[in-house]
Design a protein around this ligand. Sequence first.
Ligand code: GLN
Ligand code: ZN
Length: 757
Amino acid sequence: MITHTLGFPRIGIKRELKKTIESYWKGNLSEEELFLAAKTLRKKHWQLQKENGIDLVPAGDFSLYDQILDMTVTLGAVPRRFNFEGETVDIKTYFDMARGKAKQGDANAMEMTKWFDTNYHYMVPEFEPNQTFKLSSEKIFEEVKEAASQGHNVKPVLPGPLTYIFLGKETKEGFNRFDHLDSILKVYEEILTRLSENCEWIQLDEPILVLDLDTKIKNHFKETYERLTKAAGSMKILLATYFGALGSNEDLTLSLPVSGLHLDLVRAPHQLDSVLKNIDSEKILSLGLVNGRNIWKTNLDTAISTVKRASQALGKERIMIAPSCSLLHVPMDLDEETALLPEIKNWMAFAKQKCKELQIIRDAALGKDVGEELNANREALLSRKESSLATNKSVQEKLQNISKEMLSRKSPFATRREKQKEELNLPLLPTTTIGSYPQTKEIRQIRSKFKKREISEEDYKKSMKDFIREMTIKQEELGLDVLVHGEPERNDMVEYFGEQLKGYCFTKNGWVQSYGTRCVKPPVLYGDVLRPQPMTVNWIKYAQSLTKKPMKGMLTGPVTILCWSFVRDDQPRSETCKQIALALREEVRELEEAGIKIIQVDEPAIREGLPLRKKDWEDYLQWAIDCFHITTSGVNDETQIHTHMCYSEFNDIIEWIAKMDADVISIEASRSKMELLKAFEDFHYPNEIGPGVYDIHSPRIPSKEEIKSLIKKAIEVIPLENLWVNPDCGLKTRNWDEVIPSLRNMVEAAKELREES
Ligand code: GLN
Ligand code: ZN
């Protein structure tokens, strides 16, 4: 009954890897220094896992940028534009692929996108016809050797070939990326054969086995794993699945000729029974019992009884014990958190603590005496369950009392629209922005000084008001029709609200990799959500007092707050989301009372919260949209509700977006040159819409003519009277030198088109 992990956080407790890589990029560190730092971190992380009870440690899970990019490099699948020649891909080419090449005939970075339903982003493999593949990196062999030389029992980890190809994209038409399966498998075979000389196990990750797969893809599995098993010789293949249940792919998965199978029993505990019944008598089963996606302690008693059940059915030699998925998605070490309330801290476990949990589960299942540890775990869980910190009667009552009226606006859109027209008196093609303006050094300095208590609250407020005033004046000068206060007080659109809501706490070093060297520190929602006082009203009220034009109130929506936090696991996500919505509802109402006529509720994360299986979509979308209504339905018809979404695929959820019934939606569209609007046209999207006409990810200043032609494209598909003019997203990452001329062109473009029509 060995314990193992599927992968471990690599960024380092103080984000050492981030800092090292970034100083290498700046030219302050040599290649040798970079490699040495990486090696030191690997050593530390293996050591840490071993000390905390892990028998079999992973190698190959470490990466200087992304493990899928590593696989791309290993297969020699470097896109042509990076001009790779030679035997092995060098580090410069590697980072060019990740970040784009600025000189020598410019080459864009490879695209990145979300890894399943996590907040981790991988680099999308690119395929074209007649592409060739050959082993072009020694990384996996070197890391295995490294771990072994440090005395570890090591298991190489690679993305499985089918998941790898599935997650890629064709860059040319007229072929299918799975056409390359045979050539790619040849490289995998070579890798496996070489590894088999030194390793007992290899882990191949095929998380696509928890998705709805079409028959064509399913049909590839058998042959693929027959070939790989043969190539692996005496080395055993552990096929890892996670993030959900095998469901309709269960028979297929169990029929594959691999030596072991890993199941996610946190997300999908129910699949164990049928797997135990149907698994053949040779296979090893790895039980994913400790949540690799969240930061709470495991219920050890439950986990132990699961292990006992499995080992009764299969025999204890055939059981492995593991986290549900790679620990990449949780922070590294809770011991480093010195500022958390001890009571709350005692409910949590980070990667290191999760390793320890695995050890206790195993020892208990083998009949060793771990009574003390189990008691401590029971006490912690009980304390969490009964804590007055986490429960609030009045919140729970409010949750029970969500009425039908709260799930829609008082009147239909047509009625509201007439009233809002009268109230707001806006021109055709009204112009606005999405919320944030450049977060200058000054702004960040003031915020950080206030956080460190180096300046008084009074001085802080005064400075913020100065920023708001400057930004309001700038917007008036530009001639925008609907203004925003600019969000100078917000470090992050979720953290800002989390900090003011009861039920939230924050870590000091709870870093999780988002992409490359970028890390986030998700706030932790541990209890019932309460809004002790207004969160934005004073800022917005002040901003409105400076202008006669309408000032938008600006809120982050409940689903986005939920998706970008670590949330409690002791109640359904939908309940937690509704609590957040109820708190925001009060804020919306107070904004209205304060005379704010337009309120925007941003939901950029609504699409990424979608469950992996289509059958679960409706349930999710229903409560997600309910939460939007709970947030916004308390206002009068005259108050205009906006929402904003960006950087996702919206075509397949357009009918749900329409059900949100926001008076106006602003949506990123300039990168796809308005193609996204096709979905809105086909659906006859009824309400007003502002497709982005300014790509805010680029420092480039769009010309007036360019913007005009984008708006004209939009006019072709959306009725003119429904159209707004705005950038793709918030402007916080830009600087004023870019923003002013860009917005000036945008306003001019709108004005000219207004006159022409
Ligand atoms: N209002 C936010 C801003 O402008 C929206 C950000 C987002 O969509 N991610 O920054
Ligand atoms: Zn956005």
